[in-house]
Design a protein around this ligand. Structure first.
Ligand SMILES: [Fe+2]
Length: 416
């Protein structure tokens, strides 16, 4: 199977698809899938721009909305994760993953899907130490701090990914696993990006949890973006002789290295994006401890949950329903449509996406994405098939009204 991998999309779907179609023609080849490593900017209408954290000069509709409205159709199945420039209100609707537009699949804040027999996992967002242990407390409309913290990686999502036991073929993260530069030609990298040197030396270039996941999952391929440059590395894992080929790519601009085609050994097609059984079992098992407030919730060191029963349950459900994701549903008016300025088009709160509701219903889980306003007495929402709470209250630290630091906007310090 031929997979095109792209760095940051920045809403430029038209150009990326046109480049791929051209490539397909001149190389006389067929591309089966596009993977995008974040900063996708799935902006559906002007209202969504309010949830997108970018400098004012970059606040523009770009081209995702055409694929959302149906005016255009993605020429390749596309899978993406979130980065730090996203219509975060929309991605939150699809927290567990789902179709952002027809044939364009968001992996979720964390997620795994299958494409043919290839397993693709991903972690959305970027790592920031100060928000890592908090719950997902941000709800649209976002205030000035929330719009900058909503895309910061949370331990809960990483913890779920750490439960994966079956091999993952491809993993994507927006920021690079910290330490990845040790495994490639970092001197060359520093020559073109001298300001990386200090961060490489102090081991702060990249994401700690991504590095933990790389060590645990050891996928044959790992792709990232965010730093707007191309960088390749080869990680030889200490035990078992497994190797990860790492590749980071640039953003989509003329003469920039933003695309790479890789050939992955697979069973013959046709290929479709499908739910992954192990991931759905993990999703079901951990939904009851989904932290939804600004309280700290620690997961590290908690013994692994017993998964067997849950796995069996999910398997039998999937046998009767199949593993096709629930269908795409439009939840807001599209840009340029007559509705986009009426009451529905200017709603800025959380919208329950029918895809998410259908998935939760299928997994027999409660809908929690509109719950969890910061404050005490949140314990009541943590219910579901798992009783994770040990005598000391489980992974939750009972800290009310944590003072969240003002964000210093350092997510934006990625020069071209
Ligand atoms: Fe980014």
């Amino acid at each position: 199977m031929k997979i095109a991998v792209e760095g940051c999309m920045h809403g430029d779907l038209d150009n990326v698809y046109a480049t791929l179609l051209h490539l397909q023609q001149v190389e006389k080849t067929k591309i089966d899938l596009l993977i995008c490593c974040g900063d996708f900017q799935a902006v559906r209408n002007e209202k969504d721009l309010e949830s997108l954290n970018v400098p004012a000069k970059f606040k523009s509709m770009n081209t995702f909305w055409k694929y959302y409205s149906g005016e255009k159709v993605a020429p390749f199945p596309t899978i993406f994760i979130g980065g730090n420039h996203e219509a975060s209100n929309y991605l939150w609707e699809l927290y567990y993953g789902g179709w952002a537009a027809p044939d364009i699949y968001f992996l979720g804040f964390a997620g795994v899907v299958k494409f043919g027999n290839i397993r693709i996992g991903g972690l959305s967002g970027i790592y920031k130490d100060r928000h890592y242990h908090l719950g997902h407390f941000e709800r649209p409309p976002y205030n000035n701090n929330e719009i900058r913290s909503v895309y910061h990686v949370r331990e809960y999502d990483v913890h779920k990914l750490m439960q994966i036991e079956e091999p993952v073929d491809i993993f994507i993260s927006h920021d690079w696993p910290v330490g990845i530069t040790d495994h490639g030609n970092w001197r060359n990298l520093v020559r073109s990006k001298p300001f990386f040197e200090q961060e490489i030396q102090s081991r702060t270039l990249g994401s700690k949890p991504a590095a933990e996941l790389l060590e645990k999952l050891k996928p044959p391929y790992w792709f990232s973006a965010h730093l707007h440059c191309k960088f390749a590395a080869l990680v030889e894992h200490e035990d078992g002789g497994q190797v990860t080929k790492f590749l980071a790519l640039d953003k989509c601009l003329p003469k920039r290295k933003f695309l790479q085609i890789i050939e992955v050994e697979s069973e013959p097609g046709p290929y479709e994006i499908q739910y992954d059984e192990e991931w759905l079992a993990i999703t079901r098992r951990f939904n009851s401890v989904f932290p939804l407030t600004a309280k700290k919730a620690y997961f590290r060191g908690i013994p692994p949950l017993e998964m067997e029963d849950c796995r069996r349950w999910v398997k039998s459900k999937m046998q009767s329903r199949g593993s096709k994701p629930f269908e795409f549903v439009r939840t807001v008016p599209c840009y340029k449509s007559s509705q986009s300025h009426d009451a529905k088009g200017s709603f800025s709160g959380h919208i329950r996406n029918p895809q998410t509701e259908a998935l939760l219903q299928f997994l027999e889980l409660p809908y929690l994405l509109d719950k969890g306003e910061p404050g005490p007495s949140q314990a009541s929402i943590f219910r579901g098939p798992v009783d994770y709470n040990s005598e000391d209250g489980g992974p939750f630290e009972d800290v009310n009204n944590i003072q969240l630091p003002e964000d210093d906007d350092d997510d934006e310090q990625v020069p071209d």
